[in-house]
Design a binder for this molecule. Structure first.
Ligand code: C5P
Length: 201
């Protein structure tokens, strides 16, 4: 039987770090579903129509190293408001979740829309200021020139778009466990997430 861990939350809350660690700990496959929207966003920047790009999306499109830029992140959150784009990406995500050895999917709507029957649902949050600070360190580490204020504005703009859209808005599932990582180190957040999964597994 497949075992599904759904990890949702806003940008830069720590979902990626936690998801990778949970997947590695339990030997589950991991899908960062933001990459699907980023791959569509990158194709739109390159001139394709959003719905056409989403329907033609190929798993190899997810391996593009340029998907991590803030321009692509903004384009991703713009295509993510289009219901037909979201619908085109559902089957791929559900097929991934059905993997027999277990799967961790992280995103915005995994516990609410993609896998409403997930075995464990975590909603990972942190204050916008804290998320902006972490994202700044990450960008600076990669040699990107930016400022705290730019990154904070970026985080808030994406939060607003993700929370206020009509199709699959960013909201915790009723049965999600909230994990606020504002005052936690990465190791503490990972340990808390692993403990929640272990309690059910
Ligand atoms: O998680 P990440 O920052 O890579 O996601 C990029 C954008 O893709 C998000 O801002 C959000 O608008 C969209 N997204 C989504 N649903 C998901 C994952 C990402 O709408 N499951």
């Amino acid at each position: 039987m497949s075992f599904v861990v759904a990890i949702d939350g806003p940008a830069a809350a720590g979902k990626g770090t936690i998801s990778k660690a949970v997947a590695a700990h339990f030997g589950f496959a991991h899908l960062d579903t933001g990459l699907l929207y980023r791959a569509v966003g990158a194709k739109v920047i390159a001139g394709e129509a959003p719905i056409v790009a989403a329907r033609a999306l190929d798993p190899v499109d997810l391996e593009n190293d340029d998907l991590r830029t803030s321009a692509v992140a903004q384009a991703a959150s713009e295509v993510a408001v289009v219901p037909a784009v979201r619908e085109a990406l559902v089957a791929f995500q559900r097929a991934f979740a059905a993997r027999a050895n277990g799967a961790v999917l992280d995103g915005r709507d995994i516990g609410t829309v993609i896998c409403p029957d997930a075995d464990v649902k975590l909603f990972v949050t942190a204050s916008p200021e804290c998320r902006a600070e972490r994202r700044l360190q990450e960008l600076v580490g990669k040699g990107t020139e930016t400022t705290y204020d730019t990154v904070l504005a970026d985080v808030k703009e994406r939060d607003a778009r993700d929370q206020n859209r009509a199709a699959a808005p960013l909201v915790p599932a009723d049965d999600a466990i909230l994990l606020d990582t504002s005052d936690l180190t990465a190791d503490q957040a990972i340990a808390a997430a692993i403990a929640h999964v272990a309690a059910v597994r």
